[in-house]
Design a protein around this ligand. Structure first.
Ligand code: NAG
Ligand code: NAG
Ligand code: NAG
Ligand code: NAG
Ligand code: NAG
Ligand code: NAG
Ligand code: NAG
Ligand code: NAG
Ligand code: NAG
Length: 628
């Protein structure tokens, strides 16, 4: 899987370079994610049409095309001047499908894009690529589909989920309406097309098509053809495509940039090759899944209609099917095995909440019982693999009780929370605290920067940070984690005292919310205080003005704030001050002012160097606790 995703990133990188190059050379606007719009002129939404070709094998009848566009048969038949009983249609027959074009905010990078949001239910064998290029005939791109569906993982589509397919469209603006342009028909430019042939076919003019689309159109781009009314094609013979001529990049006043366009074609062919490679890759991916899907279908059939547990079971079946790709990576435990390991889930073996300590064949594991679908967590965990993240070893599904168990590596020394706030006799020394901070920062940097799509943990807190036998930290509990960023959630989860303010107020999920929570953990490490006190006051709000005033003043205030135990060792105040600076930056109310995990790792490592230099002559490196 990781190798595959590496190929994918590589292919995407090449794509990116290719588009960059092309747009640089020909000044074309790369239109891969959609067409920007603004709601300020109040021209959106509008009713418009796409030109759709009847296509063998799936789209030769009005019913299936109607389903694709969520409209009835007469709604397509009427504007297309075909009888609603025509069956089958001629291959390549032109049809007009009505769509409702809106101006939709995608995210802050892409801004507003005009598209018709079509609801599509993922079926067996579907990929974003396949559905956008074959079913929707390139009226959208899979980039756009990815951006519009941030919660779906393109390489891991679950059958039956709804995806939004953004069909590109535009609404005429006031100038265009004055010029009696009532529709901008969405049309996918074909290699054999040119603007003058389009103009005569649609009853438009070459110049007005250029005005709307510019003249750097590549094959399979969507173009918008301005018309005052829908053309009536005398079906079915107009569209018989000529035998494929050499692909031509069209420009009405060609030749001006002959060389540049030549280069453009060269790059275009590279691009097509890449598209092909990527297509094959996705194809292979779906083929590999097909076997599993076939198996899954049988089971699903039996389970269909089986009342209240059916849904849950379905999820488990799909969970099994999904993870069976990674069976070499995970052990699958039997429920009996886990019962034996945990003395039938005996209370004395509870580590915390529903996590039990259990030993199987001499190996100790942490076994977490989940009464809800563990699928998200598994999906995320199978993507991540890093020394500072608690490792998932295997899982178990108990079909009788509809429970799922995740089996993790056992991390010997318990949670950071118990070390800082529990009644342990030993207290962590500064060096250990700093190392823990760096470990956690490394783990977070990994999930933020090196997973695609990014993973946001959403519940970083000292009780989710575990310490192993050599007091190295590992992040645990990806139960709330979310992949795909910048989503807005209505359902607020997380832990009081650690939750970033923008998440509480707007439900805004981003990596910066982990940065915030990490800042709170840093405050705990420095002050030894809990993230939230008995009166419900949050720790991060109490830190005030420590970094203001003269140097002496700062050190004095910092010492007052610091954990009493740390003052007993001879520590470098400079190192503590550096970490304090990072901690304060992390809990800025404005997410944009918070540093990224990359910056944080760098800053913390520098503090570590400062400290190591000072304490070089110091005690044995293995000592983890301060003298009492
Ligand atoms: C983007 O779209 C949203 C609604 O989808 C709208 O509220 C906002 O004003 C639009 N922004 C611009 C710049 O048009
Ligand atoms: C076809 O359309 C006509 C009206 O245009 C309608 O009376 C007829 O029921 C339609 N037939 C079908 C099969 O939808
Ligand atoms: C898509 O379809 C499903 C079921 O057919 C429905 O529940 C959902 O609300 C639809 N979504 C949109 C955006 O229309
Ligand atoms: C969509 O575009 C791809 C190239 O990007 C092409 O291979 C494919 O044939 C197009 N699909 C249709 C239906 O024209
Ligand atoms: C917008 O979405 C794209 C694709 O999902 C993502 O790469 C990008 O970081 C997002 N930008 C913001 C500001 O959220
Ligand atoms: C456009 O294509 C038509 C055939 O479809 C051809 O006859 C015509 O010469 C082409 N025009 C240009 C400018 O390439
Ligand atoms: C309407 O769109 C056309 C073509 O994109 C553009 O030239 C014109 O300035 C626009 N008019 C207004 C009022 O925005
Ligand atoms: C609709 O198509 C028929 C042939 O199928 C043609 O005779 C008729 O003129 C067309 N209608 C219009 C308004 O062009
Ligand atoms: C359609 O066009 C083909 C050639 O392009 C011709 O042989 C055929 O007779 C035409 N059919 C009709 C119904 O006009």
């Amino acid at each position: 899987m990781r190798i595959k995703s590496r190929y994918l990133s590589f292919a995407l990188l090449l794509f990116f370079l290719y588009y960059q190059n092309l747009s640089h050379l020909t000044q074309a606007q790369p239109t891969t994610t959609g067409y920007p719009c603004s709601t300020s002129q109040a021209i959106y939404p509008c009713q418009t049409y796409v030109l759709f070709r009847a296509l063998a094998p799936d789209f030769l009848d009005l019913a299936s095309i109607g389903d694709l566009f969520s409209v009835s048969r007469p709604m397509i038949a009427k504007p297309s001047n075909v009888s609603n009983t025509t069956n089958p249609l001629q291959p390549d027959e032109f049809l007009f499908a009505p769509i409702n074009c809106g101006c939709n905010l995608v995210n802050s990078t892409f801004g507003n894009i005009s598209y018709a949001a079509l609801n599509y239910t993922i079926r067996s064998g579907d990929t974003f690529w396949k559905v956008s290029t074959q079913d929707y005939q390139n009226l959208t791109t899979f980039y756009s589909v990815e951006v519009v569906n941030p919660t779906l993982v393109p390489t891991n589509l679950v059958i039956g989920v709804n995806a939004v397919f953004p069909i590109f469209c535009k609404c005429p603006n006031s100038t265009q309406r004055q010029n009696r342009i009532n529709y901008l028909i969405s049309y996918v430019f074909r290699p054999a097309d040119n603007f003058s042939s389009l103009a005569s076919r649609f009853g438009s003019t070459t110049q007005s098509i250029i005005d709307v689309n510019g003249n750097n159109i590549r094959p399979f781009d969507t173009v918008f053809i301005p018309v005052s009314r829908l053309p009536q094609f005398s079906q079915p013979n107009v569209s018989t495509p000529p035998p494929p001529p050499p692909p031509a990049v069209v420009s009405s006043k060609d030749d001006r940039k002959g060389a540049v366009i030549g280069l453009g074609i060269g790059l275009g062919i590279c691009g097509l090759l890449l598209i092909l490679v990527l297509g094959l890759w996705l194809q292979r991916d779906s083929l590999m899944k097909k076997k599993l899907l076939a198996k899954r279908k049988d089971v699903e059939k039996q389970q269909f209609d089986r009342g209240e547990k059916a849904l849950l079971k379905d999820a488990e079946v799909s969970l099994l099917a999904e993870v069976s790709d990674y069976l070499d990576k995970y052990k699958v435990f039997g429920i009996e095995e886990l019962r034996e390991a945990t003395d039938d889930f005996d209370d004395s073996l509870v580590i915390q909440g529903s996590v039990y300590k259990g030993s199987i064949n001499g190996e100790v594991y942490a076994i977490k019982k989940m009464n809800w679908n563990a699928y998200e967590q598994l999906k995320i965990l199978q993507k991540v693999n890093h020394g500072n993240l608690v490792k998932l070893e295997g899982f178990c599904i108990d079909p009788e009780e509809a429970n799922c168990y995740l089996v993790y590596e056992y991390v010997e020394n318990g949670s950071l929370h118990s070390w800082l706030h529990g009644n342990k006799n030993d207290k962590l020394n500064w060096k250990t605290r700093l190392r823990i901070a760096i470990d956690v920062a490394n783990g977070l940097q990994y999930i933020h920067e090196h997973t695609r799509p990014q993973v946001v943990h959403k519940d970083i807190k000292s009780s989710n940070i575990l310490l192993d036998s050599s007091m190295r930290a590992k992040i645990a509990n990806f139960g709330l984690a979310k992949s795909g960023c910048n989503a807005i959630t209505m359902h607020i989860v997380g832990t009081q005292g650690y939750i970033a303010p923008e998440y509480l107020t707007d439900g805004m999920v981003s990596t910066k919310m982990d940065v915030f929570s990490f800042g709170v953990v840093l405050h705990e490490l420095i002050s030894g205080k809990e993230a939230i006190d008995e009166e419900g006051k949050v720790l991060w709000a109490k830190v005030d003005r420590i970094l203001e005033g003269t140097d002496d003043n700062k050190v004095r205030k910092l010492k007052e704030w610091m954990d009493y135990y740390l003052l007993k060792e001879s520590i470098s105040m400079e190192s503590v001050m550096n970490v304090m600076t990072v901690a304060i930056a992390c809990v800025s109310k404005d997410p944009l002012k918070r540093p990224s995990m990359v910056d944080i790792v760098y800053a913390l490592c520098k503090s570590d160097d400062v400290f190591s230099d000072v304490s070089q002559e110091g005690s044995s490196p293995r000592s983890i606790v301060t003298a009492r």
